[in-house]
Structure formats: structure tokens, C-alpha cells
Design a protein around this ligand. Sequence first.
Ligand code: SF4
Length: 495
Amino acid sequence: MSQIMPDETILLNLPKGGDPPWALLYPNTYGVGMANLGYHYIYAALKSRGVGVERIFVDTECKSLEEGRFLSEFPIVTASVSYEPDYVALLKMLHNSKVLLHWHRRALINGPVVGVGGAVSYINPLLFSSMVDFVCLGDGEVVVDHLIACLRSYMKHGNRRKLWEDLSASKHVYVPPLHNELVISKKANLGRKRGNLENLSASLGHSVWMTPKAAFGRTLLLELQRGCFRRCPYCVVPSNFGKARFRPVDELISLLYKFKTYNNFNVGLVTPEAGDHPDLDRLLDAINDCGRRVSFASLRIDALSEKMLKTMAIGGKKSITIAPETGSDSLRGSLKKHFTNETIIKKLAIAKDFGIRSVKMYFMIGLPGENDDDVRSIAELSKQVWELLKLKPVISISIFVPKPGTPFSNEPFVGISEGRRKLNILRGSLKGYGKVIKMRSVDLRGSLKEYTLSWYGLQEAEVLLDMIDDGDKDDLSCLAFSKEVVREQIFMLGF
Ligand code: SF4
């Protein structure tokens, strides 16, 4: 652990020690967890309220960073699960630490209380139904005080049932030990709701730590926006993360100036769509004024302004990341992304004038209504970018995964053999361009895992835990499920 901590710069003055001892897990690597602002937030929220919170990642050998304590020593364990396959990693972390996976088995031996939050719990909290004592629904800031009060009280009385009842008093908490049977019996809609923080100024707004070991390097993360007002039918943000809320630009600028004197950091803008912030230009001016390099996760090409490009140029950026999604204008239109290949080429030509030399482009295959020509169109667009502009494309290909709650939720997942066939069509269309166009494709099995896990209901979640308990490590996430049943169960929860 000692090789990690000295590289961290902490940006908040947080109390030392604290009570109760609380393990905060991120079921992925330290680098990925340190790039997740939600994980920073929940650590800061707990620590500033005097909780003895310590961080554990998959690569810290199930020991906490702060004190080197084993995961199994903590009476309270919570995890941020941002991506469905991370849930399997979480189960393995607990299993390897000899923490019983099922909530009812832990309750019998007075084992640790386990809870989760994070992006997956917004989309399908039923995935956690057999494992956790509680699921935080929605933004953590809304329920953190309630959780701490319930758990501090539990540390005194030790009555598990009372803890569950106390936790369930907030409609933003799903308590599987109390709620599962009611969901199955369909007696009543449980009225559980995601808590969406309306006023972003009530949240921290920036990273707790900066470290070169984070996935984006030593970066000050600033949160601009939650939710989205657009309606791309494949996207989970509008349906699961609430309406668009923006952090006021004056607040963002003052955060930036507060940390201006720290050495060697870039600014990372955390937002579903950077170009949608109403005062982005003023923020970019301030970033330029501070002499910082800015990074945007990926840019919506129609919202890409000269000011954004200029800011990237001043920071010395030579590459840009955009998300055309597909090479076909009509298929893109069906995704409610109404910009054409012509617009993409025009905008990239301007980017080139600002010194950009390479472009990373995100595409999806397996989209509803897609034909083989649409797949080939990805190659055609990529070739145009090289031939017309001499910008070197790196194309990143993922597979469309239909998620609960989205307008495309009923669409099929393309499957491994069809996905492989489409990838081969694309590779064939790029023949002869291997030296200038780099193609990176997602692992098809990983996408299948993401798809199945995102649709697990109560029954499948239970079987998954049994498989891990039985030591079956081969195929932990390909159970059959019914979208109909899962949708009904989510409805019974109250969503
Ligand atoms: S893809 Fe981007 S613009 Fe579209 S709904 Fe999602 S977050 Fe909004």
C-alpha cells in the first residue's frame, strides 16, 4: 500500500480516525476507483461526518489503504458498483475475504452489514437483492446522513431486524431482507424512489485526491452536470439519473482557483455531455487562465465549439475523442443524434487547424435496425477522416447493450456469434488501412456479461451467489432471465 499513498495529494482537510469502522470498496483497480468522482464523494461525506472509513480495491489484497486492515475486520462494508461486471468482482472480494455473501447467512452469525450504491444501483438494484442488507437508491448525498444514523445506532443495539427497519424508513433505500418477499408476492408497490440531488451546489463538486496512478492521470475532476435533457434511446442517463442539473459556473471557477497553486495537474470535466453546460465558455476561459490542460470524456460533435478546441490547443492536446456511434447518418438519426458525417468531417477539419493530429472515435455495433452496410459505414467514415484530413483514427467498437428503463430496453442483444460476424465485416472493410486506422473492439464475452447482469432479477441474483459459494468460477453471469419479470419486479419496488 505504501507505494500508492505517497503519490496522492489530498484536497480536503478531513478528520483523522473516526467511528464506526467502515470499509468502502471499489470493486475494480485503484486506478479506476480513483478516477470515479462518486467514490471520492462518498468517502468525503463519510469521513467529514466522523466515520472511520477506509478504502479497499481489487488490487489492494483485500486490505484497506489507510490502515492495512483486512476487509473481514470491518463491521460495515459498502461498495460503489459503477459497471455490472464489477458486481462479480465485488462478490469475489467478499468471498475471498471469507465474508458470507447472502444477507440472511451473515445475519445469523452477526457478520458484517453490507450495502451498495453507485451507477448500477440506479439501473437495476435487484442485482444486489440476495447479497446486501441495503441498496442506496440514487444520489448518495440524499441518504448519507440517514445511513450513518442507522448504522451508528446498530453498532450500539446490535439488532439486525431493527437496523433493516430503520434503514427502510427512507424511501431512497431498498432493504432486501424486508422488501424481497413483498416484491415477489406483488401485494403492494413499495414506493422506493431514486433520490436525485436537485441542487448540485449541495455536493462537493471536485476530487478528494489527485494521483498520477488514477486512470486519467493526476487530474482535478470537476462535476458540471448530472442527468441529461436529451433522449438518446439507448442511454441510461435520462431514464435513470434524473433531469439535467448544472453546477453554477461561478462555483466551478472558484473551485478551480482554490486549487490553482497545486503542481502538475490537468482538469477533467465530469458530465454526461460537456457541450451542454450553459456557461461552458466561461469555465474554459478560467481553465486557460490557470494554464491547465483540460480533458473531456468524449465530445458530442454537434456541440463541439471553437472555444473547446482552442482550450484543448492551449493545453497542448494533440488528440480528440468523439462519439459518432455509427458511420450511417440515418442510423445515427434513429439514435436521436442528428448530425451527419459531413458535419463530423467539417468539425474535425477545424480541430486539425487547432493542432489536433489524431482522433479517437467511439462506435457501437449491434444497434436496432442496423444492417451490414451500416457496419461497413464505420470503416468508410474512418477512412474519410484519414484520407480527407490526414488525422489518424483510433476506432473503439463496443456492442449495444439494451439496459432496463431505456426506450431500447426491449431490443435484443446481438449475441456473441453475430457480434463476431459484424466485427469481421468491419475488419474486412478496413483491410489495407491497418497502419493508419487502429481498431479496438470490446470483449464480446464482457458485453454479454454486462447485458445479462443488468437484467438479473431476484431469482437470478440468488443463483449467482450460490454459484460463487459453490466455487463455480466458469460462467457466473449467463443465466437465463425474463425482461418481463425483471421489469415487473422493478415496478413493484416503486420505480
Ligand atoms: S448519450 Fe449523452 S446526450 Fe444522449 S442521452 Fe445519454 S448523456 Fe444525454
